[in-house]
Design a protein around this ligand. Structure first.
Ligand code: ADP
Length: 171
């Protein structure tokens, strides 16, 4: 195993050409707002039914479903539950790192070679985007995986700039 190449892209995660997309889900895996809502709308109602069968998903863990009506080549949705930001001393960095690590482990178990991640926890869950970008890059760089390429997907230009800064650093 090696480590994945990281690319930062701007756009809608449901429209990317990857084997698997990661969903910033909630523990019930039935859909919600933000990127979760966008993925459920694109995948269709089967996704919530499949999620409900796998629920609950603990914070920091990840579980996979098929991609249902999402366009090929997307074949899998990896649902991970990010931490809700509570000041930073409640284990949030470790839990967020666990989301990235566990999602890559699940991607390996599925044989996925290209995986797209949203900026987990940085929307409704309130994690400061600059800190989250550092955790994302650091964790992906330190996780051995057969995933060849990780796309870090920003939905806005500010998040894109933060992800680019984090991925341009050596640390
Ligand atoms: P969380 O509940 O984990 O904070 P959110 O969905 O509220 O998750 O936000 C996570 C990130 O996903 C935010 O940066 C948000 O702008 C982004 N986002 C929302 N919709 C999409 C989408 N369709 N594709 C990619 N990223 C998205």
């Amino acid at each position: 195993m090696a480590t994945a190449e990281i690319l930062v892209v701007v756009g809608d995660i449901t429209e990317l050409e990857v084997d698997a997309i990661v969903n910033a889900a909630n523990s019930a895996l039935r859909g919600g707002g933000g990127v979760d809502g966008a993925i459920h709308r694109a995948a269709g109602p089967e996704l919530a039914r499949a999620g409900a069968r796998l629920a609950p998903c603990a914070t920091g863990d990840a579980k996979a479903t098929p991609a249902f009506d999402l366009d090929p080549p997307i074949r899998h949705v990896i649902h991970t539950v990010g931490p809700v930001w509570d000041g930073g001393d409640a284990g949030e960095p470790e839990l967020l790192a666990s989301c990235y690590r566990r999602s890559l482990e699940v991607a390996d178990s599925l044989g996925a070679r290209t995986v797209a991640f949203p900026a987990i926890s940085t929307g409704i869950y309130g994690y400061p985007p600059a800190l989250a970008a550092e955790v994302a890059v650091r964790t992906i760089r330190s996780t051995a995986t057969d995933v060849a390429r990780v796309l870090l997907v920003a939905f806005d230009d500010r998040t894109a700039a933060l992800l680019r800064t984090a991925s341009a650093s050596d640390g």
